[in-house]
Design a protein around this ligand. Structure first.
Ligand code: F6P
Length: 480
């Protein structure tokens, strides 16, 4: 099937601009798994990418150029940045996308008290609508330039835009990938009925919707029926407003070659020296954005319980937590960061002794250090409350040198693919996590190697290129 040009649409783009100390404009790689994974796409396809202007320097560039990033500015493809109305964008990003949709989709609310959907929510929803409309206008303009292009929306920031594009261009080929969990229908009842319906109706304006796992796929098919009364056709596609949407489950992955190169890069080798110097006989590692969905506080509690229940590990094991600061300024995230620091300090206060500090917490954006940690861990803890996939669970095993054991939440999407070679934990059961850490630390070498080899092999043979190919094939299938 001959492939069409692609219009990729996401809130965060592949690069973002900043001012260097000398005053010159520099391009930085967009943060997060989505921007990283999609880079592989750019190498293969003709891509126009539409994304939000996020930094001040992004906005300055839009003021100068009207939005199209000049070819020599470091963008890996044709890139158009949108400078949204600041107030609308604030409601869109800091209230609706995060925390509301993020918390609903990761089941993070304690519903006795949160959320409270008041006038602030109403205003923010208007911002979410406005930003989505802004994206849709740009997509329609891009389609006018390239009518054969397929549009590829990403994530929970953009649930409404596909419907607006569909209404304007009924024959356009539209696809959307949702990188986060899709909860069961009842989870969506936190949103008022109009918003709940708008989210589902917008998503089903696409011809193709991708999620990472069968579990999220089942939930999406069920909630489309419950929220909108959508039906199914003989091929299992969802039928809504006289159109069909194919829902596909395609777990995202990483670029194995890129990680191999990183693992032997100077920056990682330097960082590794620090990790080796700080390590004891065993190293438990976690690498995450500082996000409540990642379950960092319970992870420290579990590590403290490990030391309580198995004192033989005292002095012999350190837990290194490398946390990338995220969504600072969103109150839920700021409070969570405090809770992280508090629990790490509590475990250290209980178990530290002369020269031994059991928890080494670092809240820094330091990717080389994370890769160095990946190489050195004996146990990698991924205990997410819920997670669309979790790339750490794939990145670690790819470069680890110590036949390390993966302890993996049953609610991380990666569990569907990797669970048989990991030790599975329930993310709420801290005693279970403590015992899983003990089992991982005590596992004999042969068993560790068997599991570690299988994990690395699975990731290597199902890397991000495989993910991109599968999605492009799905897209060719729906357009045929
Ligand atoms: O899919 C989740 C995601 O959008 C990923 O791209 C990334 O891991 C993270 O969330 C980034 O979040 P933000 O753009 O809010 O920093």
């Amino acid at each position: 099937v001959s492939r069409r040009p692609l219009i990729v649409v996401s809130n965060r783009g592949p690069i973002s601009f900043a001012r260097a100390e000398g005053g010159e404009r520099i391009a930085r790689r967009g943060a997060g798994g989505l921007a990283t994974a999609l880079r592989g796409l750019l190498a293969r396809e003709e891509v126009t990418w539409i994304a939000s202007a996020i930094s001040d320097e992004d906005r300055a560039l839009v003021a100068e150029t009207g939005g199209l990033v000049p070819e020599d500015a470091g963008a890996p493809c044709r890139l158009r940045l949108l400078a949204h109305d600041p107030e609308a964008y604030d409601g869109f990003y800091n209230v609706i996308a995060n925390p509301l949709l993020w918390f609903v989709q990761h089941s993070l609310y304690g519903l006795g008290a949160q959320p409270v959907l008041d006038e602030r929510f109403q205003r923010a929803w208007a911002g979410y609508v406005a930003v989505n409309n802004g994206f849709a206008v740009e997509v329609v303009a891009a389609l006018d330039n390239a009518p054969q292009a397929a549009v590829f929306f990403h994530d929970y920031h953009l649930y409404l835009a596909p419907r607006v594009v569909r209404d304007a261009r009924p024959d356009a080929l539209l696809a959307h990938f949702v990188h986060i969990p899709w909860p069961q229908s009842d989870g969506w009842s936190v949103l008022p009925v109009d918003q709940r319906r708008a989210v589902h109706d917008g998503l089903l304006a696409n011809d193709l919707v991708g999620v990472h796992t069968q579990r999220w796929r089942r939930n999406l098919v069920a909630s489309a029926a419950d929220v909108l009364g959508a039906g199914r056709d003989h091929d299992g596609r969802v039928v809504h407003r006289g159109r069909t949407t194919t829902i596909t489950s395609r777990p995202i992955s990483v670029d194995a070659g890129e990680f191999d190169a990183l693992a032997s890069s100077a920056a990682v080798l330097d960082a590794e020296e620090l990790v080796v110097r700080g390590r004891r006989e065993r190293l438990v590692l976690r690498v995450d954005r500082a996000d409540p969905s990642k379950n960092i506080v319970r992870g420290f509690t579990a590590f403290g319980l490990l030391l309580d229940r198995h004192p033989e590990w005292h002095g012999r094991v350190v837990m290194l937590a490398l946390l990338d600061p995220s969504r600072e300024g969103v109150p839920e995230y700021d409070a969570y960061r405090d809770a992280i620091e508090c629990e790490a300090a509590a475990v250290n206060a209980r178990h530290a002794s002369a020269g031994y500090q059991p928890v080494d917490l670092r809240i820094v954006d330091d990717f080389p250090l994370s890769v160095a940690g990946y190489k050195q861990y004996d146990v990698l803890l991924v205990n997410a409350v819920f997670d669309g996939l979790n790339l750490v669970a794939k990145e670690g095993p790819l470069v680890n040198d110590r036949a390390g054991v993966l302890v993996l939440s049953e609610n991380a999407g990666a569990h569907e693919e990797l669970g048989e070679w990991a030790l599975t934990v329930n993310p709420f059961d801290v005693l279970g996590q403590a015992e899983a850490l003990h089992a991982a630390l005590s596992m004999d070498a042969g068993e560790r190697e068997r599991r570690a080899d299988a994990l690395a092999n699975q990731v290597r043979t199902h890397d991000v290129g495989h993910w991109i190919d599968s999605l492009l094939d799905d897209l060719a299938g729906v357009s045929a």
